[in-house]
Design a protein around this ligand. Structure first.
Ligand code: NHF
Length: 424
């Protein structure tokens, strides 16, 4: 099949799990003979058009290029304009069989490109705005993003969700009909996360302290819950004076987290490592005694799977996709997301009972290798493409769809103009 992927991030430009997902999926599809073109945004020192691991990557510059990211909506429109033009002009005679859009940021480009090529549209929802805001859509921009998410799920012939949790969100938030939804979990590449003893020892001496090493990796956003880990640290330090929490990542919550660490006088017990690349991250994760995933909202939780692949025990929040991929006391420990006391107890257990941690890690790695391979993700995605092309999913008439608060529902009769204004 010929697949045109649209994604706002693609390595080496990585904001979060979405970039890793699109790269691994595209590479796996290309590996079994599909033709894959990824259209994405440019970043410093990357060619505009190149083939990487069998995947053609088109990197476009925003049009106009100077729209600041802090006006996210305007920035997204300038990216989408460039993606649309790139996808329609740079590909010459190459025509996709399917357009595959990842999250709302590429919805406008996807809508135009699939119409021009007259092919099915498949959308993957990696996270929802309502979920990120704990059910609230406080500002006009949040509501606008929410509407674009609905629009993308509405236009798409199939909606891929990375967990049953996200499928449930799409059903309740966007009224997406069940037959349109496809739950396809993320994968993990075991080879990337298999680390030698020497590399692990080097990472441990570089990042570790005198005691146990707890690692968090991910975007530093409120919903990732690092604040709960900080709050657990004073208790943990009383039990293990040399313990260290290493926080790898960057994001808009970083300054607040640093201030909180100072307020709690965590001193050398915490280290902010900044953003680490693919050569640094696997050794660090493998060197940890525990990887903590304290998210308040987590559609899937790729970082938990990566820790499992690296052979490190995981403690995670009992939320979203995490509660689907981790079996409590079998492949990790699940904890009440917002309770620092529970986090301290769970981390303490792994640190003081090495046999427990080792047992969890062995089973988690076996599960990662059996159930979360990118080859299987790619095969399931191709089946979704085929269904999108051959079996029509039920679709309500657009003028029957109304938004009430943070939910789109189907009205008994066409929505009024006022509803339409609100929806826009
Ligand atoms: O793993 C890739 C990633 C997920 O839970 C993660 C998230 C965004 O928040 O699907 O997308």
């Amino acid at each position: 099949m010929r697949v045109l992927m649209l994604s706002w991030e693609y390595p080496p430009l990585i904001y979060g799990g979405l970039a890793r997902h699109v790269q691994a999926l595209s590479t796996a599809l290309a590996g079994v003979g599909h033709e894959v073109v990824v259209a994405t945004q440019t970043t410093e020192d990357t060619p505009a058009d190149q083939v990487v691991d069998g995947v053609r990557v088109l990197r476009v510059r925003q049009e106009p290029p100077l729209v600041p990211r802090d006006d996210l909506f305007a920035w997204t429109m300038s990216l989408d304009h460039a993606l649309t033009r790139g996808a329609l002009t740079a590909l010459g005679g190459w025509r996709p069989d399917v357009v595959h859009a990842h999250d709302w940021l590429v919805a406008h480009a996807a809508a135009t490109v699939r119409t021009v090529y007259d092919v099915p549209l498949v959308a993957t929802i990696h996270a929802t705005e309502a979920g990120r805001w704990n059910g609230w859509l406080p500002e006009p921009m949040n509501r606008a993003i929410h509407s674009v998410e609905w629009w993308l799920t509405y236009l798409a012939d199939r909606v891929i969700c990375c967990s049953g949790y996200v499928a449930h969100e799409c059903g309740t938030l966007f009224a997406t009909p069940g037959p349109k939804l496809e739950v396809i979990p993320n994968g993990v590449d075991l080879a990337t996360w298999t680390v030698s003893g020497a590399e692990r020892a080097r990472a441990r001496s570089e990042w570790g302290g005198h005691g146990p090493l707890v690692v968090f990796t991910g975007r530093l956003e409120y919903e990732k819950g690092v604040q709960t880990l900080l709050a657990a640290m004073p208790r943990l330090r009383r039990r293990h004076p040399g313990i260290r929490l290493l926080v790898a990542g960057r994001g808009s919550h970083e300054a607040a987290l640093r201030a909180e660490a100072r307020r709690l006088r965590l001193g050398r017990s915490i280290r902010f490592a900044g953003w680490l690349d693919d050569t640094e991250l696997p050794p660090l994760v493998a060197a940890a005694d525990v990887v903590a995933v304290p998210s308040l909202y987590e559609p899937f939780g790729l970082v938990a799977l990566e820790a499992a692949a690296a052979g490190t025990p995981v403690v995670a929040s009992q939320r979203g996709g995490l509660a689907e991929i981790i079996k409590d006391h079998e492949t990790g420990l699940l904890v009440d997301a917002g309770s620092p006391a529970d986090w301290a107890d769970a981390i303490d257990r792994i640190v003081t009972e090495p046999d427990l941690g080792a047992g969890l890690a062995v089973l988690a790695r076996a599960q990662a290798s059996e159930s979360f391979r990118w080859e299987s993700v790619a095969a399931a995605t191709v089946r979704a493409y085929e269904r999108a092309a051959t079996i029509e999913a039920p679709q309500p008439r657009p003028d029957f769809v109304v938004r009430e608060g943070n939910q789109f529902t189907l009205a008994a009769e066409p929505a009024s103009d006022a509803d339409h204004d609100d929806r826009r």
